[in-house]
Ligand binder design. Structure first.
Ligand code: HEM
Length: 274
């Protein structure tokens, strides 16, 4: 489909643009290009959406933590600015909330698979060469020997005593040569989204759901929180103005990008016709 679109000059993605630039690409190059596009999408979408739904679930069920984070944001930024990435070091509680969300429900709970390249023995278990080995991140993050009361959402564990429990950022993205290439992007974007949500919104668990425990998370290579409800309210009118302003900027940016995209499609069509 993408190849057809590329042939028509319909360059809506990195992959179709590259295909159009180099129509003589061989089968292997096409395969690599297609998989590079799919990896970015596949690796980035589910993991980030999982982290965000975990955040909404937990922050709406732990109003005291939410209040503390909002106090910190208000103290650092006042009420006439929205947080940006530059504020990350000044908002340690937001960072700690992100760590704790990723610890409670790691988006890729078994990390990436590995194959052993020689016979090995681990704690009395024989692992013949060629065994597929998974790293059970979920189990590590819920091990009471590593994390005190692991079932409790407690971001302060990373602030009060930062050295005493392992830092989830050092584990949740995997290890070694195949470590997640999206780590920096994810940490930074998730920080900004969480900080923005906390700055402008009050996120609440509906009264009727308050007595219910946390929903079971889904199972599979990617995990996320099970179904839950969350109510949103703008914290105050000043914050609402900030969001409206941002939405206005966002809309004009999207409009500008669409215009540029249309211009480039028209230009590409001319190039194809030449
Ligand atoms: C909270 C967000 C994310 C988490 C928790 C996460 C976690 C992981 C984990 C555990 C792995 C396996 C690493 C290993 O085998 O050691 C992985 C691999 C990967 N991730 Fe992420 N990821 C996230 C976001 C992203 C984003 C935003 C992108 C792309 C834009 C991305 C792209 C990839 C790719 C391409 C791989 C495969 C790397 C390889 O096999 O060499 N991830 N990720």
């Amino acid at each position: 489909m993408i190849t057809q679109k590329a042939g028509k000059g319909d360059h809506l993605s990195l992959v179709s643009t590259r295909l159009a630039q180099d129509p003589d690409m061989n089968a292997e190059e096409r395969y690599l290009l297609r998989n590079a596009g799919a990896s970015i999408y596949g690796g980035g979408i589910e993991s980030v959406s999982s982290s965000l739904s975990t955040f909404l679930l937990l922050i709406s069920r732990y109003p005291e933590i939410q209040r503390q984070a909002q106090e910190q944001i208000d103290f650092v930024l006042g009420d006439s600015a929205l947080p940006t990435l530059a504020d990350r070091s000044r908002l340690p509680l937001v960072d700690a909330i992100l760590k704790e969300c990723l610890r409670m429900i790691p988006p890729a709970p078994l990390s990436g698979a590995r194959v052993s390249n020689k016979d090995d023995v681990y704690e009395g278990y024989r692992l013949p060469k060629g065994s597929v080995v998974y790293i059970n991140l979920y189990r590590i993050f819920h091990n009471p020997k590593l994390y005190k009361h692991p079932e409790v959402f407690n971001p302060l564990r990373f602030i009060d005593n930062p050295e005493s429990e392992p830092d989830p950022f050092k584990l949740v993205f995997g290890f070694g040569k195949r470590i997640c290439p999206g780590q920096c992007l994810s940490e930074n974007t998730l920080f900004v989204v969480l900080a923005m949500c906390l700055a402008v919104l009050e996120m609440k668990c509906p009264k009727e759901d308050e007595q219910e425990g946390l929903p079971e998370c889904t199972t599979g290579a990617f995990t996320q929180a099970g179904e839950f409800r969350c109510q949103f309210r703008c914290r105050n009118s000043k914050r609402k103005e900030l969001i409206d302003e941002l939405l206005g900027k966002g809309e004009s940016e999207v409009k500008r990008m669409n215009e540029r995209k249309n211009e480039s499609i028209i230009k590409d069509k001319h190039d194809v016709l030449k």
